[in-house]
Design a protein around this ligand. Structure first.
Ligand code: BES
Ligand code: ZN
Ligand code: ZN
Length: 497
């Protein structure tokens, strides 16, 4: 955490507290200069001619004004151009960036004059969702993973006060969004934690401690339990690590449930590639190869604390893909939990192997639908870049709903081809299926492999999140730390089903 934050709702009257800052947005239009002048006159502050000219100029859109005395002590002016380039991600990005600017400035309060929803026709799903993006931006920007920095900055307290006409609505939105963002933070912490600490056992322990608090049932199948159940895929991939494999089975069961949904997440706490070892560069990010699992934990935490009326089953196979004398090997055949056999052609395509057992377990719980999340292939990032995740599904309705939630939350999805033409590419001579397809279309054949382990009667979607789960420079709220991608997306989806 950068700041010990409180976010409050204050209605639209502006009273400034001492040592405070003010954030003021100006909608860019012909009357901009007059709006700025009137605003400063009302506050009894004086903007110099040079400052005013600077801010009005087309190419500039930000100005920080410091008052010599009086309150507020500083004003962050921001121009908003509501044109074809304006997106509903605007406030998320702005506030995430603002947090950095506040560091070291000792403001106790930041007053935000929230512009009226009516300025942004068609951009936000609703006025409370507009407020939600502000709260998300503040919380995402305030995220920090500095527990290993010996010179970590002391945390100071800052209150954000949102000024908007509908005080009650803002209060309610702050409350709900804070619960959601606590879950995003929990997922982010799991993903950012290095593998030396976040072993499968530690992943399970943190999950159990956290979720038990909200009444979610957490079962952990240890190695012996996996052996008893013949979950041989998880056992094979996790067999070469000092840290034994396990599988988490989470269950959130509200009193009234509209639907029962299984969420399956890849939980590889470290992916060295195994005997098909990765080069050093490829290993650098591989502590994040459990981001799908962290997403599932985050969603179930959020759903439980927001009391969502949907029964959720979480399945997270958890292994470290390492090398020793017990390693699984290219050429091996594994008889998976479902009974289907898998020929191992590359031990670095390990995610799909452990997901085979997890998906079959999910099928056995008889859910209404199954959605899985995995940092599955580098190929998806080649296809889509780092900000959009790949969506694979044969169910149009499920796919469209997920895409809609992606467009709303800016955790976007792109639907990939998934036709049976790709099926023959993962045939094996000696087993039911091979874990490796040809070089081209690698994200699609990975999805096709997973399809072998899902009952075709159950609506199913597979999300390959290898791009956006890992930190990237394209947003103020994704550039420093692994992102916790998907929790916001899936909560939006679950609130709409
Ligand atoms: N965990 C990786 C995929 C990955 C790559 C995630 C980069 C995030 C960033 C996965 O287990 C893997 O190694 N996939 C291989 C598959 C190949 C051997 C068919 C890949 O993408 O190269
Ligand atoms: Zn791998
Ligand atoms: Zn992997």
């Amino acid at each position: 955490m950068n700041f010990n934050l409180k976010i409050k709702s204050a209605g639209d009257d502006l009273k400034f507290s001492a040592e405070s800052a003010l954030v003021k947005f100006f909608i860019d239009a012909d009357n901009l200069e007059k709006l700025v002048e009137d605003f400063f006159t009302n506050l009894n502050f004086k903007l110099s001619a040079i400052q005013k000219k600077f801010f009005i100029e087309k190419k500039n859109d930000e100005l920080v004004y410091y008052s010599s005395d009086g309150v507020p002590s500083a004003i962050f002016l921001k121009k908003v151009k509501v044109d074809k380039d304006f997106t509903a991600d605007f406030f998320r990005n702005y506030f995430a960036g603002l947090i950095n600017q506040l560091k070291g400035k000792n403001f106790k309060t930041v007053h935000v004059v929230v512009p009226s929803f009516s300025h942004f026709p068609g951009s936000f799903a609703s006025d409370d969702y507009m407020i939600q993006t502000i709260v998300e931006g503040i919380r995402l920007g305030n995220y920090n993973f500095d527990k290993y920095k010996s010179d970590a900055k002391k945390i100071t307290a800052v209150d954000f006060v949102l000024h908007y006409s509908d005080k009650k609505m803002v209060e309610k939105t702050i409350d709900g969004t804070s619960k959601l963002m606590d879950a995003v933070k929990f997922a982010r912490d799991l993903v950012n934690e290095p593998a030396i600490t976040l072993t499968p056992k530690e992943f399970a322990k943190r999950t159990k401690t956290e979720l038990n608090r909200t009444g979610v049932d957490v079962k952990i199948f240890n190695k012996r339990e996996l052996q008893k159940r013949k979950m041989n895929s998880i056992l094979a991939v996790g067999g070469a690590s000092e840290h034994e494999p396990l599988m988490m089975h989470l269950h959130y069961k509200p009193k009234i449930a509209k639907k029962k949904i299984a969420l399956v997440g890849k939980g590889v706490t470290y992916d060295s590639g195994g005997l098909s070892i990765k080069p050093t560069n490829g290993m650098l990010e591989m502590k994040a190869d459990m981001a799908g699992g962290a997403l599932v934990v985050g969603v179930i935490k959020a759903a439980a604390s927001l009391k969502l009326p949907i029964e959720l089953i979480g399945v997270i196979p958890c292994v470290e893909n390492m090398i020793n004398g017990a390693s699984f090997k290219p050429g091996d055949v594994i008889v998976s939990y479902s009974g289907k056999s898998i020929e191992v052609k590359d031990t670095d395509a390990e995610g799909r192997i452990i997901l085979a057992d997890a998906l079959h377990f999910a099928v056995r719980q008889k859910p209404d639908e199954i959605i899985d999340f995995a940092t599955l292939t580098g190929a998806i990032a080649v296809a889509l870049g780092l900000i959009i995740a790949g969506l694979f599904s044969k169910n149009d309705e499920l796919a469209q709903k997920l895409i809609d939630s992606g467009n709303k939350t800016f955790e976007r999805l792109w639907r990939m081809p998934f036709s049976d033409d790709y099926k023959s590419m993962i045939k094996s001579e000696i087993a039911d299926v091979s874990n490796l397809g040809p070089r081209w279309g690698g994200a699609i054949t990975a999805g096709k492999f997973l399809e072998h382990f899902v009952d075709e009667k159950i609506p199913w979607a597979h999300l390959d999140i290898a791009g956006p789960a890992i930190k990237h420079e394209f947003n103020n709220y994704t550039k420093e730390f692994d992102t916790g991608f998907g929790v916001r997306l899936m909560m939006d989806y679950l609130m709409c089903v």
